[in-house]
Design a protein around this ligand. Structure first.
Ligand code: AP5
Ligand code: ZN
Length: 215
């Protein structure tokens, strides 16, 4: 099964992706995570992406499309399929992915849409902390680590993403409304979308996501 997870910045895509990947044994393809890893390695791709990401702007379509294509081509183990997280994020990306996947085992079967009022996202984004070593996602109120600043899972140091500021979030929301919202309609027209209420405790969101994927 090939799944796409969508939702605004901070809707909980990364949090639910970790659970989906574990429960359904699919490959996790997060374009945001891939870019952050390239930035960490200071590659040319990473440095280019950083200039957009720090401001909250989207990286150009062609760059993202080529990156996802080569990522999928180089997967060693296809597992039970894949989970796309943060891609496609514009209509042009969705159309490019259709071209790439048409008639192949790369076609998207289900789209999970995490629905949440935009006001709630500020709290989620500004309270988010991440583990430097294993990527585990925390929150200062809804998912606190046992020891402040330290990952429960691996003992790694927690940090805040550079684009998790109120200013950057405003740009990300504008980009989302302008460029990503139309992608939802594109997949809704294909009858693939399952809308999940994301403004609930994590366990409830997960129960709904799991149910939709098991249908
Ligand atoms: P990306 O990394 O995809 O960021 P995003 O879409 O803004 O999403 P986030 O990672 O911020 O949030 P999330 O929905 O994963 O939420 P999380 O689970 O962490 O993209 C970053 C940038 O990369 C883009 O701005 C762009 O520049 C570039 N980029 C990436 N893909 C691109 C593409 N395709 N095209 C062009 N550019 C691209 O949760 C948030 C917080 O809330 C956490 O602290 C969590 O603990 C907490 N939380 C989660 N669920 C709940 C709950 N139910 N209750 C309470 N708290 C919760
Ligand atoms: Zn960790």
């Amino acid at each position: 099964m090939n799944i796409l997870i969508m939702g605004g910045p901070g809707a909980g895509k990364g949090t639910m992706s970790a659970r989906i990947v574990e429960a359904f044994d699919v490959n996790h393809i997060s374009t945001g995570d891939i870019f952050r890893s390239e930035i960490g390695k200071q590659t040319e791709l990473g440095m280019m992406a950083k200039s957009y990401m720090d401001q909250g702007l989207l990286v150009p379509d062609e760059v993202v499309n080529n990156m996802v294509k080569s990522y999928l081509e180089n997967l060693e183990d296809k597992k039970n399929g894949f989970l796309l997280d943060g891609y496609p994020r514009t209509l042009d990306q969705a159309k490019a992915f259709d071209e790439l996947s048409k008639g192949s085992d790369l076609e998207i079967n289900k789209v999970i849409l995490l629905n949440i009022e935009l006001e709630e996202l500020t709290n989620r984004i500004t309270g988010r902390r991440l583990c430097k070593d294993c990527g585990e996602i925390y929150h200062m109120t809804s998912k606190r680590p046992a020891v402040e600043g330290v990952c429960d899972k691996c003992g790694g140091e927690l940090y805040q993403r550079k684009d998790d500021t109120v200013e950057s979030l405003q740009v990300r929301l504008d980009e989302y409304n302008r460029l990503t919202a139309p992608v939802m309609n594109y997949y809704a027209d294909k009858g693939l979308v399952y809308t999940i209420e994301a403004n609930q405790p994590m366990e409830n969101v997960w129960a709904d996501v799991k149910k939709a994927l098991e249908k």
